[in-house]
Design a protein around this ligand. Structure first.
Ligand code: NAD
Length: 258
């Protein structure tokens, strides 16, 4: 359903970003795999190519305007245009407010809020001119509810949902839709690292952290598979989803229903 489309995904060498890059490519799109880690991005693109999919790689720090502008340019040069932008790159850091390092807070806002703003700013003229665009911002359930210890992450994710609504309004008459995806816990290296930290602090196996800390929060008592997020992203990127815009779409196994 995405044949002929050109897509760019940030933070696409791992986890949800890679699953989305792969899902878009499998749906027929040409995909620019972009990540801070250049070699990992290249390896991810090579993996997609090995499956007969159309992909290329470029290194980009998704918090830097220069890199994001370059990313849009390179994607246009490589694939002719940019139809789909997925702002996915993100990091986690947990600390109480009093001890939260100020530079860490700024870094996280730069990556997960200012970065998506800059990427949209640079891709909007292209999308407006062609009268088509799909922008998907990877937010989180932490964009809708608070979570103690995650001041920067929650602030950035709440912010990116606001940005999503504004961009949706500004793109509405130009064939551009802008949506945020809000996953709960997804089984990726980012979450596995958090689980490992918790297991270490409590001196218990990871399985017990899942049983005692995570599953009580999630009615379905499981982690999402990154491919579930990718499937939804593919739908949002397709023509079928043309009326869906400005939404924060929750996929969380029931987490925020409680
Ligand atoms: P991940 O750690 O598996 O992958 C993140 C990728 O982003 C890595 O490849 C990393 O190299 C890259 N990256 C980090 N800093 C970057 C930068 N400055 N510029 C470009 N790339 C950078 O993480 P994930 O779990 O797949 O998370 C992806 C997105 O999904 C994040 O925005 C995260 O907040 C969001 N999310 C994750 C979950 C979850 O449970 N895993 C839930 C909700 C939302």
């Amino acid at each position: 359903i995405l044949s002929g489309r050109a897509a760019v995904v940030t933070g696409a060498a791992s986890g949800i970003g890679f699953a989305i890059a792969s899902g878009l490519a499998r749906a027929g799109a040409k995909v620019m795999v972009s990540d801070l880690r250049e070699q990992a991005a290249q390896e991810a693109a090579t993996q997609l190519q090995a499956d007969g999919l159309e992909a290329a790689a470029v290194a980009a720090d998704a918090s830097q305007e220069h890199d994001l502008a370059h990313l849009v340019d390179v994607t246009r040069e490589t694939f002719g245009t940019v139809d789909i932008l997925v702002n996915n790159a993100g990091i986690q850091f947990v600390a109480d407010l009093e001890s939260f390092p100020t530079d860490k807070f700024r870094q996280m806002i730069d990556l997960m809020l200012v970065g998506p703003f800059l990427a949209i700013k640079h891709v909007f003229p292209v999308m407006k001119k062609q009268g088509f665009g799909r922008i998907i911002n990877i937010a989180s359930v932490n964009g809708l509810i608070g979570f103690a210890g995650k001041a920067a992450y929650n602030s950035a994710k709440h912010g990116v949902i606001g940005l999503t609504k504004v961009a949706a309004l500004e793109g509405a008459t130009c064939g551009i839709t802008v949506n945020a995806l809000c996953p709960g816990y997804v089984d990726t290296p980012l979450v596995r690292n958090q689980l490992a930290d918790l297991a270490k602090t409590r001196n218990v196996p990871v399985e017990r952290v899942l049983e005692e800390v995570i599953y009580p929060l999630v009615p379905q008592r499981r982690l999402l598979d990154p491919r579930e997020v990718a499937d939804y992203a593919v739908f949002l990127a397709s023509d079928k989803a043309r009326s869906v815009t400005g939404q924060a779409v929750v996929m969380d196994g029931g987490y925020v229903a409680q």
